[in-house]
Design a protein around this ligand. Structure first.
Ligand code: ZZB
Length: 261
């Protein structure tokens, strides 16, 4: 599986994460720290409204250069080390271990998003065995993301977040003849999805959302507005890579198969 690894820059940490980094002796001055979100939908990055981490996964912060640090699962860092992403083949230099729970509420900058600043929020359904364990949220086009932000906004206190962090409006990115310009919102309604735990319905909705956007979607935002998604997808990906905001991240085939059954 080929993902685009999108660099989501940390602007300010919440106290809990800051403490962990202080204890590790990490000095942030002059350094860029990014959460690395693995996505199959680079063309939707305009609509990022937050970035999800799992509260029950411990992430690693890895040194890519003295000025640049990536946050992802140790499994992903290992994979990256064999893809010329880390400086030494087979090695990923761990600087600190950050429990996902400590990062909730971080202020971040997601490249291309119409929202200049968004937050890190919790997603319980993230699999540690897939991608980087970091998921960027595009509620307009991902049913899982839309179901999750609705849940978070509804039970903000329970999740220990501010309601406003989960309340940014989904942004129209792609229009399709079947679902209009907020595909995920339409599908969550159609399948009567009530929560991020409605696994089967969400899996079906995701499948439809992928196909519908790819084969019938047209961009309604950004540099490739008016172009077919099929064409625009790789152009947006290439632009993100050229600007230094993303890189290609491959997931070893066999592992993906054995994990997803
Ligand atoms: C942004 C995005 C926008 C995504 C969209 C999807 C959609 P898949 O299809 O099962 O291979 N993802 C990535 N890693 C994880 C993880 N560890 N646990 C749970 N979800 C994860 O999954 C790939 C997609 O699932 C990725 O692409 C990511 O969300 C999420 F409009 O990134 B995506 C119809 C889907 N639309």
């Amino acid at each position: 599986q080929e993902y685009t690894g999108v660099k989501i820059k940390v602007i300010e940490w919440p106290a809990a994460a800051q403490e962990v980094l202080d204890r590790a002796g990490f000095k942030a001055e002059g350094k860029t720290v990014s959460l690395i979100a693995a996505t199959l939908r680079p063309e939707t990055m305009y609509g990022q409204t937050c970035c999800f981490v799992s509260p029950s996964i411990t992430y690693g912060m890895y040194e890519i250069s003295p000025e640049e640090y990536y946050i992802c699962t140790s499994r992903a860092a290992k994979n990256m080390s064999f893809q010329k992403i880390t400086p030494v083949r087979g090695e990923a230099k761990l600087v600190a271990e950050l429990p996902g729970s400590t990062m909730i509420g971080a202020r971040i900058h997601a490249p291309l998003s119409v929202y200049p600043e968004v937050r890190v929020l919790p997603m319980d359904t993230i699999l540690a065995s897939k991608g980087t364990g970091v998921v960027t949220s595009v509620p307009s086009d991902s049913p899982d993301d839309y179901a999750t932000v609705v849940e978070l906004a509804k039970k903000a206190d329970f999740y220990g977040i501010e309601k406003e962090w989960a309340s940014l409006e989904p942004i129209p990115i792609i229009t399709t003849p079947n679902y209009g310009d907020l595909t995920a919102v339409a599908l969550v309604k159609e399948f009567k999805i009530q929560s991020p735990k409605d696994k089967d319905a969400l899996a079906k909705a995701k499948e439809i959302a992928y196909k519908d956007a790819f084969y019938q979607g047209t961009m309604v935002i950004g540099k490739y507005k008016g172009e077919k998604v099929e064409i625009a997808k790789n152009k947006v990906k290439d632009d993100l890579i050229a600007s230094g905001d993303a890189f290609v991240y491959n997931e070893p085939e066999g592992l993906v198969m054995s994990r997803s059954g």
